[in-house]
Ligand binder design. Structure first.
Ligand code: ATP
Ligand code: ZN
Length: 458
């Protein structure tokens, strides 16, 4: 029985989908005004693996993740560079795809963009106005929080406390400090769309309510994202959607804890971030994924170069064991899921992940098995473990998968470059020989000249 912690109730609950066998999930995606960072990769990797796990458990998963492609931060960046806001968004969406591919994140079924849903957003806001939940002031539209009785239910806050803590920013024309913008009238030089309230653009929260309900329905199974989004973003999404449709918006809310760097949330706006590009170059996707899975998704995780380096060493060690086995035994199809040993391991894996997606426990099981594989002399047991890691558990977490063809090609190419380098050295062209060594080194492939010839590691 799959159980997940639902932020709405604060409890670990049995997961029961609306439609048997099918799970509809919405994950808040990035605001595209800069490179995505390792902190952003936490929800991406976590919910990618969670989706794979649901599929492993037999569900058909429908996953939507948005791109916020219009926002104050995008407009500021565009003005700094003197380019169109959409050009900024486009640039970082392309970068997002490169990074996700490098991290082994499967594309969602839907990747909606805010600017493609402006008509639907206007329609949604108009309906909120008609139903008495929103009001217009000089071309801005605000959600009237006091009209929605369950406001604060998700973030477990009281409206009185929120009113005391909130303030009206200069330029905002809302009636009450806790109200929030659904539509912002365009200021001089800002991109805008025409609307019944004049030229303007959507506020921050409305887009997710619109895209999620348009794609997944007025009520769907799981809404996910980082815990930093619980308030105000998710609280507001929930209020808008439930006010409009008069029914539950998302049944389960899952939130990942923050990745911290030097004690603070890793964040684009604070500037304390490591880009995915740099991290992948240094540690590779499996070490990063393992690092993320090493902590329960709800707990905070501290960025640690030592931990990433340790995970990289572990990945290399495990891959070496698996590759050695492939070479010596071949990938023989003698695997049966019905043997008591294999059945027991699968049960343990499911037990760990069924328990609020406990990846540290699942990963520990995988490493236990690898150690057993090294210790045992039993060929059949080795084969069973080999298959459990490579073909059963690895693909669920998106790690340690077999990429034989690619690595065989890389082996061949590195050997070819070593031969060419040896010829340069023979001709005393040390400059070119060093160039080959240095370029390979930059790619993470280290050459070592030994009395037995040149060896390499990567
Ligand atoms: N440090 C972090 N750890 C874990 N998840 C994060 C972290 N920072 C952002 N996220 C998550 O990444 C996703 C994309 O968020 P977003 O684009 O707003 O990034 P951000 O870096 O927080 O931006 P900003 O710096 O402007 O707040 C969201 O689900 C968000 O909760
Ligand atoms: Zn959102």
């Amino acid at each position: 029985m799959l159980r997940i912690t639902n932020t709405l109730t604060g409890k670990k609950e049995e997961f029961i989908p609306i439609t048997p066998g099918e799970v509809r999930i919405y994950v808040c995606g990035p605001t595209v005004y800069n490179f995505v960072h390792l902190g952003n990769s936490r929800p991406a990797i976590t919910f990618d693996a969670f989706r794979r796990y649901l599929e492993y458990r037999g569900y058909r998963v429908i996953l939507a993740q948005n791109f916020t492609d219009i926002d104050d931060k995008i407009i500021i960046k565009a003005n700094e560079e003197g380019v169109d806001a959409l050009e900024i968004a486009e640039r970082y969406i392309v970068q997002y795809w490169k990074d996700s591919l490098a991290l082994g994140i499967r594309p969602a079924n839907f990747h909606p963009r805010t600017t493609h849903f402006v008509d639907e957003i206007i329609e949604f806001i108009q309906d909120l106005i008609d139903k008495g939940f929103a009001y217009v002031v000089d071309g801005d539209v605000y959600f009237n929080v006091s009209e929605f009785k369950n406001y604060g239910e998700l973030s477990h806050r009281k409206l009185e406390d929120m009113i005391a803590g909130a303030r009206i920013e200069p330029g905002e024309k809302k009636k009450s400090p806790e109200d929030f913008a659904l539509w912002k009238a365009a200021k001089e030089g800002e991109p805008f769309w025409n609307s019944p309230w004049g030229p303007g653009r959507p506020g921050w929260h409305i887009e997710c309510s619109v895209m999620s309900t348009c794609i997944l329905g007025e009520t769907f199974d799981i809404h996910a994202g980082g815990a930093d989004l619980i308030f105000p973003h998710h609280e507001n999404e929930k209020a808008q959607s439930e006010a409009r449709h008069g029914k539950t918006f998302a049944r389960y809310w899952m939130h990942n804890g923050m990745m911290r760097l030097a004690g603070s949330k890793m964040s684009k706006s604070l500037g304390n971030f490591i880009t995915i590009k740099d991290a992948v170059k240094k540690y590779g996707k499996d070490a990063i994924r393992l690092f993320i899975f090493s902590k329960h998704y709800r707990s905070p995780i501290d960025y640690s170069e030592e931990m990433l380096a340790e995970n990289l060493r572990a990945v290399k060690r495990v891959n070496a064991i698996l590759r050695d086995f492939e070479k010596s035994e071949g990938d023989k199809p003698l695997f049966s899921k019905k043997t008591p040993f294999v059945k027991e391991q699968i049960e343990r894996f499911i037990e760990a992940l069924d328990d609020d997606f406990n990846t540290p426990k699942a990963v520990a099981l995988m490493f236990d098995l690898i150690n057993k594989m090294g210790e045992t002399k039993n060929r059949n047991r080795k084969l069973e473990i080999y298959h459990l890691i490579r073909n059963e558990f690895g693909p669920v977490l998106g790690i340690l998968e077999k990429d034989e063809e690619v690595s065989a090609n890389i082996d061949g190419l590195v050997k070819l470059l070593i031969e060419i380098r040896a010829e340069f050295k023979k001709d005393k062209n040390y400059e070119k020989a060093d160039q080959i060594r240095d370029r390979l080194n930059e790619l993470g492939i280290k050459l070592m000249d030994t009395p037995e010839g040149t060896k390499y590691t990567f």
